[in-house]
Write a protein of this length. Structure first.
Length: 662
């Protein structure tokens, strides 16, 4: 999701302000000589370790996780095969669905009950929610529920049956599901697609973005057993992996795009559309697959039977399937070079699509395919090759804001050039986190939004040279931290006191903290660890400890102090230069750490002969609670200036005292 969809837009005002990053001249790095000032009382004194995590420790003991951050030798996760059918009536906005789920129990536990999400019940009368929700919608109407071949009745009594509590459905199975076994679940249901104003999707009468439209297995994992937190609208999702076969029935002339690959193009697309799509597969530019003039049955789509077409899609190893449809869409396509995605030693490409209404050209949607291509190619290099068949940007109801789905984004509203690029690259960034690296977005929003906000900044820097998105994140975090009300990152996404505190903890602060981590580790080590985290947890369910431990494993450093400071606390960083004085043939630089956050102090001492020395006071200097350290350097050649963190990697609340002379 994009932070601006619910955060105040003013937070990102000034997006185009460019901040020059001062570099430090080369020169010999000398080890600093430091002495602690005696008797300083310590604001940061006390434990610098992170709080014990019993569930994680238990998983390490059982061998499903490790203390090095890699999945353990006994790591397991569940799997589901979905066969889903739906017919949408765009006039009544009703969706009729039916499906069969085959749930594979790969855990070592015997399951007597299973849980599913009925996320659409966010719209049920009386549903609890913490975001605005259109009131005139209903929840999911289930007309058939069966498990292991036996039809089930709703009942709150113990014994075989099912019950629905808000967005969570519990099924008490007819027969216990043993480890290694599987169980089929059958459903038939109806729902009404919510109007514009619904979070993350819905319909505006012209475009339908269909999300959370089927009963979806909840995650049963090695850390929490069933994770069945309610969907309240704000905090996002935790989804398991599976394969999907989907058949969607729509009126002819309505273009459909979905997570997964289209399996029957000859049945649903015209010969003209197919030919243009083929050419887009190796085009260097953007191919206009469906133009204004093409938008009729027989020209864009094929002609249907009885005025209807059935679109068949297949998606492998995804967390979810969503889809979109409109009779007004234009369709642009091209391709992206993603590197060797399937490991056969050859370069692969992914299809790039954009579906949008003609008037959205005013919001630069005719550039959308180009933006998507750059984003997919950039992240494929920066993180790991994009493995899915396509990446598709969809113009949806304005309340989509920016929202990610596997292989798809839903983007609503009006945008300028940089704005559309930013929201596009942000949502595409989510293909890596959390679509490919399947963390729990609900309990740890920063693992999803924070990593993506950081990655977005990297893509923007590559596409719009000179735009410093990292600085914007830093300013948003520091501005909020200054005004009070900040809450720690390690908090459930539905338990923030305000949207502002959620936005900062989910997006801006973690993105800023990752820049600081890159500064601590150096870019090469940071990138290596970041990629390794993705590689280790591809299609798996990492927890925060797995990310922390991977960074420590790859860098060979104990970073508990860093995680504690930035993820578990709301401590602020305030380093500065107190005094500079001559002592014989030396110069004594007294640096302070006034905030509670502990970080290394990185000093650059520039001399009149043009030389610049980089000195670092390690973070451990502050563990005991000292506030001041003296750094002694040679007095000659004469020192021209001293600066702390000239790269501005660290989010210091007051930069004015970091330069000498002031
Ligand atoms: Zn996001």
């Amino acid at each position: 999701m994009d932070s601006r969809t619910s955060c105040s837009r003013s937070v990102l005002a000034g997006l185009l302000i460019v901040t020059a990053i001062s570099g430090c001249s080369g020169g010999r790095a000398a080890p600093p000589v430091t002495t602690a000032s005696p008797g300083a009382a310590g604001p940061a004194s006390g434990s610098m370790v992170i709080p014990a995590n019993e569930a994680f420790q238990r998983a390490v003991t059982r061998g499903t996780r490790t203390s090095t951050g890699a999945p353990g030798p006994r790591y397991w996760q569940q799997w589901t095969d979905y066969r889903l059918e739906a017919e949408l009536n765009p006039i009544s906005k009703r969706l009729m669905g039916q499906g069969t789920l085959t749930y594979f129990n790969r855990s070592p536990d015997t399951l007597r009950e299973v849980y599913l999400h009925l996320l659409h019940n966010l719209f049920a009368p009386g549903a609890r929610h913490n975001t605005d929700v259109p009131w005139s919608v209903e929840g999911v109407e289930l007309s058939r529920v069966a498990a292991q071949g036996q039809e089930l009745k709703p009942t709150e009594e113990e014994g075989v049956g099912y019950e629905v509590d808000g967005t969570v459905m519990r099924i008490r199975l007819p027969r216990a599901l043993a480890p290694g076994g599987s169980a089929t679940l059958d459903f038939r249901w109806m729902l009404r697609v919510p109007p514009d104003g619904a979070p993350r999707g819905g319909q505006d009468g012209e475009t339908f973005f269909i999300n959370y439209w089927y009963p979806q297995m909840a995650v049963y994992d090695d850390l929490n057993d069933w994770q069945i937190d309610q969907y309240l609208g704000n905090a996002e999702f935790y989804m398991g992996y599976g394969n999907y076969d989907v058949a969607l029935t729509l009126p002819e002339g309505w273009l459909v795009t979905s997570t997964g690959s289209l399996k029957n193009p000859t049945e649903v697309l015209s010969a003209q559309t197919r030919a243009r799509l083929d050419s887009a597969g190796h085009a260097t530019g953007i191919v206009r697959v469906v133009t204004e003039a093409d938008r009729t049955a027989g020209t864009s789509t094929a002609r249907g039977t009885g005025g209807k077409l059935v679109w068949r899609f297949r998606a492998d190893t995804v967390r979810d399937v969503s889809w979109a449809t409109s009779s007004r869409y234009l369709w642009d396509a091209t391709n992206a070079a993603v590197g060797d995605a399937n490991g056969d030693g050859r370069a692969d490409t992914a299809a790039i699509n954009s579906f949008y209404r003609p008037e959205l050209r005013a919001s630069h949607w005719n550039e959308s395919a180009r933006y998507s291509r750059h984003s997919v190619e950039f992240f494929s290099r920066y993180l790991m090759p994009y493995p899915y068949a396509h990446m598709t940007a969809v113009d949806g109801p304005s309340s989509c804001g920016g929202m990610e789905y596997p292989m798809m984004t839903c983007i609503g509203g009006q945008w300028d050039t940089l704005g559309l690029y930013e929201v596009t690259t942000h949502e595409i960034g989510h293909m890596w986190f959390p679509k490919l690296v399947g963390s729990d977005e609900k309990r740890f929003a920063w693992m999803d939004e924070g990593l993506t906000q950081f990655n977005q900044s990297q893509a923007i820097a590559d596409f719009f040279k000179g735009v410093d998105d990292e600085e914007i994140n830093r300013r948003n975090y520091l501005g909020f931290a200054e005004s009070g009300g900040e809450v720690e990152l390690m908090r459930h996404g539905d338990r923030y006191p305000t949207y502002g505190s959620y936005g900062v903890a989910a997006y801006y602060k973690p993105a800023t903290v990752l820049v600081a981590l890159r500064g601590v580790l150096g870019e090469e080590t940071y990138n290596k660890a970041f990629k390794e985290y993705g590689r280790r947890w591809l299609y798996k369910h990492p927890s925060p400890s797995d990310l922390f431990n991977t960074f420590e494993d790859v860098s060979g450093r104990d970073l508990d102090w860093f995680w504690r400071t930035w993820f578990y606390e709301t401590w602020r960083l305030d380093q500065g230069i107190d005094t500079v004085s001559t002592a014989g043939d030396s110069l004594d630089i007294v640096v302070h750490n006034e905030g509670r956050a502990v970080m290394p102090v990185r000093l650059v001492v520039s001399r009149t002969d043009g030389r610049a020395d980089s000195l670092t006071v390690p973070a451990s200097a502050w563990f005991g609670g000292e506030r001041r350290r003296t750094v002694r350097v040679a007095a000659l050649p004469a020192v021209k200036s001293i600066e702390i963190d000239p790269e501005r990697d660290f989010p210091d609340v007051d930069r004015s005292n970091q330069v000498w002379p002031r």
